[in-house]
Design a protein around this ligand. Structure first.
Ligand code: SF4
Length: 291
């Protein structure tokens, strides 16, 4: 098998947030998370990426910044793929000026998510405030290494979606991606978070009506992903969209999970993996202090 040109590498299943909408498949399929590969194994995968001509690598998790050997992996990636676009997705809880400069030196682009304003704590399952994430986005822009920002719209943060967009734009986001929560991961156990198509169209209308902040943005309209063979049929039928372009999963992009197993997309999984239930519920919050 050859890797497609664009690849997401999920470096760890560990995360210090407990977002109720988290799409990570190991919340339902724990076998996909373990055992986590060590840096040597990731270096081998990166060598394979170089041999296959991968041009676009996104490092993510879980929370990739929890790996103490992260830069060992990233430096190897830069060595064997000198011209590739390398990016890292982080919840930014550990991101600071020193780290932003380290990523900038290595030409590793940064992306994060803004999950809410008033709802930030509930949307991340922590006691954190949105203020720090906006400050990090702003500092990255000041350092001339601006971050891409994504937002997942659920019933919980629906009312403030346009405000979230404006806050990210005014903080210096390089680009913004907005999408509705999709069925899968922890969200598969949280159907109450799903929004209706009408609500989603209203979110798009409100964002388009904002004054132009000169920030490029995209809307992800995938809603319910048919990659998931076990998606409940009524959900699939409800969101079926005849105009949807054929999914390029596995053709132009793919995913390597924390244990090295290849999947054709973030939501799909290799055959033979057993579903064992979802860790976390929408009412579950982080225990103890701010993480
Ligand atoms: S969605 Fe939230 S819980 Fe899931 S990996 Fe990202 S930050 Fe962690």
């Amino acid at each position: 098998m050859r890797f497609p040109r664009q690849l997401t590498l999920e470096l760890t299943a560990k995360c210090n947030f407990r977002c109720p909408y988290c799409y990570c498949v190991w919340h339902e399929y724990p076998a996909l998370a373990k055992p986590e590969l060590d840096a040597t194994a990731w270096r081998t995968i990166l060598d394979m990426c170089a041999a296959d001509g991968v041009t676009d690598l996104l490092f993510t998790g879980g929370e990739a910044l929890l790996r103490s050997d992260l830069f060992e992996i990233l430096d190897h990636a830069r060595r064997v793929l000198p011209e590739a676009r390398l990016s890292l997705f982080t919840n930014a809880s550990r991101l600071d000026e020193t780290l932003i400069k380290k990523f900038r030196r290595r030409r590793i682009h940064l992306a994060t998510s803004l999950q809410g304003l008033a709802t930030y704590g509930a949307m991340t399952g922590t006691r954190r405030s949105y203020r720090r994430i906006l400050a990090v986005i702003a500092r990255a822009a000041e350092l001339k290494w601006p971050m891409a920002v994504s937002m997942t719209i659920t019933k919980a943060n629906l009312a403030e979606a346009a405000d979230m967009f404006a806050a990210a734009a005014l903080s210096g986001a390089q680009a913004i991606q907005v999408g509705p929560v999709i069925w899968g991961g922890r969200a598969a156990a949280c159907p109450s978070l799903m929004i209706s198509r009408n609500a989603w169209e209203e979110v798009k209308r409100r964002i388009r009506a904002l004054p132009d902040a000169h920030v490029p943005y995209t809307f992800c309209d995938e809603f319910i992903c048919s990659c998931r063979a076990d998606t409940p049929r009524p959900l699939l039928e409800k969101w079926a969209d005849k105009n949807r372009a054929p999914c390029p999963a596995g053709k132009t992009f793919g995913v390597v999970g924390p244990n090295g197993l290849y999947r054709t997309c973030l939501h799909a999984m290799p055959t033979g993996i057993r579903r064992t239930g979802c860790a976390g519920t929408p009412t579950e919050t982080a225990k103890g202090e701010k993480k």
